[in-house]
Design a binder for this molecule. Structure first.
Ligand SMILES: [Zn+2]
Length: 233
């Protein structure tokens, strides 16, 4: 019973540690990003055209290193309508031209689809996801071109100043990825904890002590329970 409780406590502690490590690793993946993300993403080679809510947006994908990806969704009413019209009229060549201009088709994470706001006529929306082994946190920046000039709005973002530098870091967990990474790190931590506990039990047994509490079993019958903690040997 005591042993069972100890094991449950270990699993709980490893899960909490796993979640903390998941968050920390995702932030480490997000940190080296450059500030001008629109310009960076515009140079991306992966791109596609995606239909969201009956409109078309151009999506560019940029892998920025280990565990970090930027998706730039670009919408302008003119483009969306032209592309929709070309498709509706069966103008395969024009629709194909749009696709060729955008590059190869890439799969878009489902998480992006609910994020698009179709208010203004023209906007860019950068979504960054970060995390390893699976991307598990996201943040976003909406850039809108208004008559009075460009405006940017940060969403799902936390600003942290460290050593005189300010980092914009993701703060919105993506659930499947977050759960997977937490399990990944928790299992790794549990493996280390169990291995250490096993090594300690073996060392105690080797020195003639109780495996559970370390009490010196000198002069006690081998089959007898430990007089200190009651553990069977
Ligand atoms: Zn004992």
């Amino acid at each position: 019973m005591i042993h069972c409780r100890v094991r449950l406590a270990r699993i709980g502690a490893c899960l909490i540690a796993g979640a903390v490590v998941t968050w920390g690793v995702a932030w480490c993946c997000a940190m080296p990003r450059r500030q001008s993300r629109t310009a960076v993403a515009a140079a991306a080679s992966d791109a596609c055209i995606m239909e969201v809510g009956g409109r078309f947006v151009r999506v560019m994908t940029l892998r920025e290193g280990v565990g970090a990806t930027t998706y730039t969704l670009m919408h302008s009413a003119g483009f969306s309508e032209d592309y929709a019209t070309a498709r509706a009229h069966g103008e395969q060549s024009r629709a194909a031209e749009w696709l060729k201009g955008a590059g190869a088709l890439v799969p878009i994470p489902r998480a992006l689809r609910g994020l698009v706001d179709f208010g203004p006529e023209r906007w860019d929306y950068n979504v960054q996801t970060a995390g390893w082994p699976v991307e598990c946190l996201r943040q976003g920046r909406v850039s809108v071109r208004t008559p009075s000039g460009p405006q940017t709005i940060d969403v799902y973002t936390m600003e942290i100043t460290w050593r005189g530098r300010t980092y914009r870091l993701p703060r919105e967990p993506l659930l499947p990825g977050f759960a997977l990474n937490t399990a990944f790190y928790a299992i790794a931590a549990l493996g280390v904890v169990e291995a250490l506990a096993f090594a300690r039990r073996r060392t105690r047994a080797h020195r003639g002590r109780c495996e559970a509490c370390g009490y010196d079993r000198g002069g006690i019958a081998a089959a007898a329970a430990c007089p200190e903690c009651g553990a069977a040997q």
